[in-house]
Design a protein around this ligand. Structure first.
Ligand code: C2O
Ligand code: CU
Length: 489
């Protein structure tokens, strides 16, 4: 399979890889332990303005996983089914979105997942902006305050819109102290295809919504089934692994090479050896891998299965880049404020099924009436006994909590269900402090996976005013009630 065929995306990142590869480094590590500590955060700078036009439309795309056949995807870009926006810290993004989707009433928007931006740029129809109807345009303008690996997607009828392809990557550079030998994005997602792969299966199913979500039938990495990803042989390569699937939880690992986890949801952690890392929908992990020797192969796998499932073949190519022991260079520290735990107010959020959680209808807020595409189909899940948007209300409900600006909060997240839930907050990152079930590194994340019956403690500074969605990112859970928002005054 030719790399060129991957619709330009590889070519784009390939250019970046070549840049990184131009600097041949050899660091001699201190034996087996990794260098600890992070470099200081990147200094803020005033960068360029990057102007882009994204046109949401139906396009016939030859996905690599379709063996040459076309599928009518919904995408943001003519040239690339999964556009990659790559900017430097300090750059301002100016994006015009045109909705040219073919179905009457199929409004859309762009949510910039994980970006701490002003609330009115957050892309949530009715809550932060008017929905963009077919034939209409809108624009976004913001300067991402953080480096890292992000993505963007729409925020109503997401099971279908994301299921048909509507998404893209946003990479903000400036966190690497030393260039890696390569920098590759690996995007994991399923496609819900009929058996002859000529069309889509239903994206939302009741059976899926009440359980773990409806999985796709074709698993892909960068749109291909177990693609070969060439890496500079024996190089220290940065792999940005993104799970953008609407439903599937992946326990990501690498077989056949040394690897370290270096960032979670775009935020650096001191590198830790990677055994496996469980990633729910919307979660990202940056991994540094010592690439295999020339013509040897390592495998990106999913351990969340009886037998590890291969996702991508990582093959060493060219002259050996490094010879010293594997000691991956740490990234620069994140730029989020540290919560003050002594002074923090504690709030508990319980995630429950409605059958036992007795979701109560909430009085309608004075907020906008919700259009049909943003209304729950079913009411299977709730947060603190409230199911979005509240039975029959059809209006923006009141917030789950009202927070004081610049105060620190401890959010205790309690899963009282038998399913896993990747819980996502907009406009902020949560600092994970501890779990009652797992030994996790203290880290920041915009999406935190809750295991069944797990209770985690997180903290953050509510420093971004506005109404911020707070929801499960298994899209069918989100769309059947497990969604709400917090208001920062
Ligand atoms: Cu990535 Cu509210 O979502
Ligand atoms: Cu969920």
């Amino acid at each position: 399979m030719s790399r060129r065929k991957e619709l330009g995306r590889r070519a784009f990142l390939g250019g970046v890889a070549a840049l990184g590869g131009a600097a041949i480094l050899s660091r001699v590590g201190p034996g087996r332990a990794f260098a600890t500590g992070l470099s200081p955060p990147a200094a803020p700078r005033v960068g360029r303005t990057v102007t882009l036009h994204l046109v949401a439309a139906e396009r016939a795309v030859k996905l690599p996983c379709l063996a040459g056949r076309e599928l009518p995807l919904w995408t943001f870009s003519e040239s690339d089914w999964l556009p990659v926006i790559r900017i430097d810290l300090g750059d301002r993004l100016l994006v015009r979105l045109s909705n040219r989707l073919p179905r009457p009433g199929e409004h859309t928007s762009i949510h910039w997942h994980g970006i701490r931006l002003p609330n009115d740029q957050d892309g949530v129809p009715y809550l932060t902006q008017e929905p963009v109807e077919p034939g209409e345009d809108c624009s976004y303008s913001f300067t991402p305050p953080d480096t890292g690996t992000f993505f963007f997607h729409t925020h109503c009828n997401t099971a279908e819109q994301l299921g048909r392809g509507l998404a893209g990557l946003l990479i903000v550079d400036g966190d690497a102290v030393e260039p890696y030998d390569s920098d590759e994005a690996i995007v994991l997602r399923d496609w819900r295809l009929t058996e002859n792969k000529a069309g889509f299966l239903p994206f939302y199913t009741e059976e899926g919504a009440v359980r773990a979500g409806t999985f796709g039938t074709v698993r892909t990495a960068n749109g291909a089934v177990v693609p070969e990803i060439p890496l500079p042989a024996s190089g220290d390569c940065r792999l940005r692994v993104l799970n953008i699937d609407p439903a599937r939880v992946v326990e990501m690992g690498i077989r056949g090479a040394d690897a370290a986890l270096a960032a979670i949801d775009g935020v650096a952690i001191p590198p830790v050896p990677l055994r496996s890392w469980r990633m729910g929908p919307a979660m990202r992990a940056d991994v540094v891998i010592r690439a295999p020797r020339e013509n040897e192969t390592a495998m990106l796998v999913d351990y969340f299965a009886p037998e590890p499932v291969p996702l991508a073949r990582l093959v060493g190519r060219g002259a050996a880049r490094r010879t010293g022991a594997f000691d991956p260079a740490p990234l620069r520290a994140g730029r989020m404020p540290d919560p003050d735990l002594k002074d923090a107010e504690r709030l508990t959020f319980e995630f429950t099924p409605t059958a036992t959680g007795q979701a109560v209808a909430r009085a309608a807020d004075s907020g906008a009436a919700l259009g049909a595409l943003c209304l729950a189909n079913d009411s299977f899940w709730a947060i603190n006994r409230a199911a979005w948007p509240g039975h029959g209300a059809g209006r923006i409900p009141p917030p789950l909590a009202v927070l004081q600006r610049d105060r620190s909060y401890i959010f205790e997240l309690v899963n009282r269900t038998k399913q896993q839930h990747p819980i996502h907050i907009h406009g902020h990152h949560l600092k994970l402090l501890k779990s009652n079930k797992r030994d996790l590194p203290v880290h920041r994340a915009d999406t935190l996976l809750l295991y069944p019956d797990e209770r985690i403690e997180t903290a953050f500074v509510a420093d971004n005013p506005g109404n911020w969605m707070f929801h499960c990112h298994i899209v069918e859970h989100q769309e059947s009630g497990m969604m709400g928002y917090v208001r920062v005054l």
